[in-house]
Write a protein that binds this ligand. Structure first.
Ligand code: UD1
Ligand code: UDP
Length: 369
């Protein structure tokens, strides 16, 4: 029987982390699939870190990242450059992930070529088109052009049904991020290069990169950190700073040089997992970190007003605290001062998957031809 030709397209760090287990699973099923990988390289350095860790050698590297890129050129570069690959390969299915411009552009490109698309991490919604921007519309759009919808949770399946997506091809699979996390924690126990944490202090991990937090919100986050450090001598912060210049500039201006703030380069994924495990509290606006941290039993304070990942908020291990300086500081303070509050939020739960999402997706793909 002819093999099913699968073209997987991704371009940013989180897509790579979440698609890596699926690429590996397709490779394991060589008798059924011809697997081709194309990276847009919407991200360069932090994408390459993931490719190296998971030993993925892309068949196509479109190398599109530009310094401080904008959405217009990014979208058109993805659309035009993936066109050539899709037309050359004519796969049976294109796989994209989540809500980035690479995902949306590649899905549109495949749709124009009349190649069916599978959307991994389908169905997430805030139902507010500007939060997160542009990701909410990227997801809605991607779901609209896709044929196969691999939804991580019951809630995401429901969102798809309510969006009038045909139920025939909605599959509840779990999130592949848990496959990546469990695999990495099991196989790549590793120290964090060049980071000296003080064992007598509680470590608070911070990440932030969202477009809607550029400007005042990110400055508020930094000011909240300075206030917390002043009021608590037993804490230190670690902040792997995203390479986006809109993040780096204010963060270095406001936080650089403080003895209990470690501003570091983005960590390779296995080292980042080690850091999550060592942390006492995690503050983030990241989607992926919101999904990973609850399964490590870490309280997560989300630096946003809305989330498309309500499951862990409902369980109580994730709390939305927004970007108001006082509100952020008060919520961290509560966790530092009140043991019961800390315990309530640090239960290990796993609403996003069991580590077998990629296997489920591959089983569905075996039946498409
Ligand atoms: C992108 C995604 C966002 C995702 C995030 C994950 C879009 C519109 N945004 O946002 O959904 O949550 O990735 O991190 O798709 N840069 C580097 N090196 C890198 C990566 C980025 O220098 O390895 C710098 C470049 O100057 C680049 C800028 O960061 O132009 C912004 O990258 P971009 O992908 O446009 O936006 P992100 O904020 O990373
Ligand atoms: N991550 C990483 N190194 C870092 C920071 C984050 O490997 O220094 C991982 C993190 O564990 C998660 C993913 O990157 O799996 C999240 O990426 P990001 O926050 O950039 O994007 P989002 O998930 O918000 O789209």
């Amino acid at each position: 029987m002819a093999k099913i030709k699968v073209l997987t397209i991704f371009g940013t760090r989180p897509e790579a982390i979440k698609m890596a287990p699926l690429v590996k699973e397709l490779e394991k099923n060589k008798e059924c699939f011809e697997s081709i990988v194309c990276v847009s390289a919407q991200h360069r350095q932090i994408l390459d870190q993931v490719l190296e860790l998971f030993k993925i050698k892309p068949d196509y590297d479109l190398n599109i990242m530009k310094e401080n890129q904008n959405l217009w050129t990014l979208t058109s570069d993805v659309l035009l450059k993936t066109k050539d690959v899709i037309e050359k390969e004519r796969p049976d299915v294109v796989l994209v992930h989540g809500d980035t411009t690479t995902s949306m552009g590649a899905a549109l490109s495949a749709f124009y070529a009349k190649v069916p698309v599978g959307h991994v991490e389908a169905g997430l919604r805030t139902f507010d088109k500007y939060y997160p921007f542009p990701e909410e519309i990227n997801r809605v759009f991607t779901d609209a052009v896709c044929t196969y919808h691999f939804a991580p949770t019951e809630k995401s399946c429901q969102n798809l049904k309510e969006s009038k997506i045909s139920e025939e091809h909605i599959y509840k699979t779990g999130n592949t991020v848990i496959d990546a996390l469990l695999y990495t924690v099991k196989n790549h126990e590793t120290e964090i290069e060049g980071l000296k944490l003080n064992p007598e202090l509680k470590t608070i991990l911070l990440t932030s990169h969202r477009r809607e937090n550029f400007g005042e919100p990110i400055k508020n986050i930094c000011k909240a950190i300075l206030e917390l450090l002043k009021n608590n001598k037993d804490i230190e912060f670690v902040y792997p700073v995203h390479p986006n210049p809109n993040v780096r500039k204010p963060v270095y201006e406001l936080l650089d040089g403080h003895e209990r703030i470690h501003l570091i380069e983005p960590l390779e994924y296995a080292q980042f997992c080690t850091l999550m495990k060592k942390s006492y509290i995690i503050m983030t606006d990241s989607g992926g970190v919101q999904e990973e941290a609850p399964s490590l039993g870490k309280p997560v304070l989300v630096l946003r007003d809305t989330t498309e990942r309500p499951e862990a908020v409902e369980y109580g291990t994730v709390k939305l605290v927004g970007t108001d300086r006082e509100k952020i500081a008060a919520n961290v303070q509560l966790l530092l001062s009140n043991e019961n509050e800390y315990k309530k939020m640090s239960e290990s739960i796993n609403p996003y998957g069991d580590g077998n999402a990629s296997k489920r997706i591959v089983e569905v793909l075996k039946g498409i031809k």
